[in-house]
Design a binder for this molecule. Structure first.
Ligand code: PGA
Ligand code: ZN
Length: 449
């Protein structure tokens, strides 16, 4: 049984406050969890409770959430069985009483939920992946590595948020990590040779300005070749420079357009960064965005597109899925916010064929499990994901193996907050030994390969 729960304010990878929770049990179990935080958040995410006290951390403190852990949640959970995850989570949901966790805060609730799971695993002397996944977890994920950052994550010239590499042709997870690291280094020297910036964005990818790719920054020039295409060309070049093939027997490309960020009241997708550079408007309709993405897929080895449309543009999502969803993974992030209610709607409307899974979008481990199971039951894939604000907490590495989800999105090959997850997966790979499976292209059972 749980004997003690302590919450405190710590910092995330952006130096912003976040919640840490520790849990102790009667028989010596101990669990610790640190909660992540997003920047390009979906409108329907559970509430991240911030203090709004401008005298501390510009209002971003989390002392209220911490107080909720210590004064409200702890007294209700102390004495309960630590392994009874559903009861623990439901007790917190009842105590909060709102759909989007507005009273206690999803940061408070998730911290406790995950620290309890860790304490239960620790009490049983089991790794977390085995505690959650039982005897079935044995598939290591294909990593989706965000090596070029744009959008809300970086001051780069690129409107889409993330350009990722997926080493689908590797034979093992450790080999995938090696290929990814070598490609990341090749990309760095390519950018250097062009005189571009090699500083990194929030998720450890490069944030280039592409000044070398444009002569006069005119709108015509940007339309002829968008920064998105410059980024994709660079990725292909970096993959080949590292000695691999850009394709299914080597490394494929994934994008997170995060297009909710480009969509405004006029129902148009504005290339905001291009508009800023040229001083001229350039926006696409939903149909035009679908065609733009289709053209990219025809031209580049793209296997996955996340948030290719805005979270409110369900018709656009359904259209994109109908057009290219048999050969490209269409992932809903802002669209679903890991919420079983919206995932169910998405399955009915055929709005995607994959769900991005972010624990703090929904706020408890139990609801996250429900979201993953609903997704997989529909024949869709579940991509387990970090947030742009992270910590050294590596829970998602264990979670992706527990559910044999097959894909993880956890940033680039730099910054310890990102590498912590890859390192944890390397540990799990060796814990599994010969039983570890790296799925490669088989991870995409949602597509017709
Ligand atoms: P976020 O970005 O954590 O800033 O929301 C990640 C994503 O959009 O997938
Ligand atoms: Zn996203």
């Amino acid at each position: 049984n749980i004997v003690k729960i302590v919450g405190r304010e710590i910092l995330d990878s952006r130096g912003m406050p976040t919640v840490e929770v520790e849990v102790w049990t009667e028989f010596g179990g101990y669990g610790n969890a640190k909660v992540p935080s997003g920047a390009s958040t979906g409108a329907n995410e559970a509430l991240e409770l911030r203090d709004e006290d401008s005298k501390r951390y510009n209002g971003k403190g989390v002392l209220k959430a911490v107080k909720n852990v210590n004064d409200k949640i702890a007294p209700k959970l102390i004495g309960l069985e630590v392994a009874d995850q559903l009861t623990l989570d439901n007790t917190m949901l009842k105590l909060d009483g709102t759909e989007f966790k507005k009273n206690l805060g999803a940061n408070a609730i998730l911290g406790v939920s995950l620290a309890c799971a860790r304490a239960a695993a620790n009490e049983l002397d089991m790794p977390l992946w085995k505690y959650i996944g039982g005897v079935s977890g044995h598939i290591l994920p294909v990593p989706m590595l965000n090596v070029i950052n744009g959008g809300a994550h970086a001051d780069s010239a690129i409107d889409f948020q993330e350009f990722m590499i997926m080493p689908v042709g590797a034979k093992t997870f450790s080999q995938a990590v090696q290929w990814a690291s070598e490609t990341f280094q090749a990309l760095k020297s390519l950018l250097k040779s062009k005189g571009d910036i090699t500083a990194v964005g929030d998720e450890g990818g490069f944030a280039p300005n592409f000044a070398w790719a444009y002569k006069n920054n005119s709108l015509d020039e940007f339309k002829a070749k968008t920064p998105v295409e410059v980024a994709l060309d660079l990725l292909v070049e970096a993959i080949e420079k590292a000695g691999y093939k850009a394709g299914k027997d080597g490394i494929m490309i994934a994008m997170d357009c995060a297009n909710s960020e480009l969509y405004f009241d006029d129902k148009l997708y504005h290339f905001k960064k291009i508009e800023k550079l040229t001083g001229q408007k350039w926006a696409l309709t939903s149909d035009e965005m679908v065609s733009f993405l289709e053209k990219l897929v025809a031209k580049y080895p793209i296997i996955s597109i996340e948030d290719g449309l805005a979270e409110s543009d369900w018709n656009g999502f359904a259209k994109l899925t109908a057009q290219i969803g048999n050969k490209v993974q269409i992932v809903g992030d802002d669209l679903f916010t890991t919420n079983p209610k919206y995932i169910k709607e998405g399955i009915a409307k055929k709005a995607a064929n994959s769900t991005l899974i972010k624990l703090n979008q929904i706020g408890t481990l139990s609801e996250t499990i429900e979201a993953i199971q609903m997704t997989q039951k529909a024949g869709w894939t579940a991509v387990v994901s970090h947030r742009s604000g992270e910590t050294e907490d590596s829970t998602i590495a264990d979670l992706v193996v527990a559910f044999n989800a097959g894909e993880i999105k956890t940033g680039s090959m730099s910054r310890s907050d990102r590498i912590a997850k890859y390192n944890r997966l390397l540990e799990i790979e060796s814990e599994l030994g010969e039983n570890a499976i790296y799925p490669g292209m088989d991870a995409f059972y949602n597509l017709q390969n």
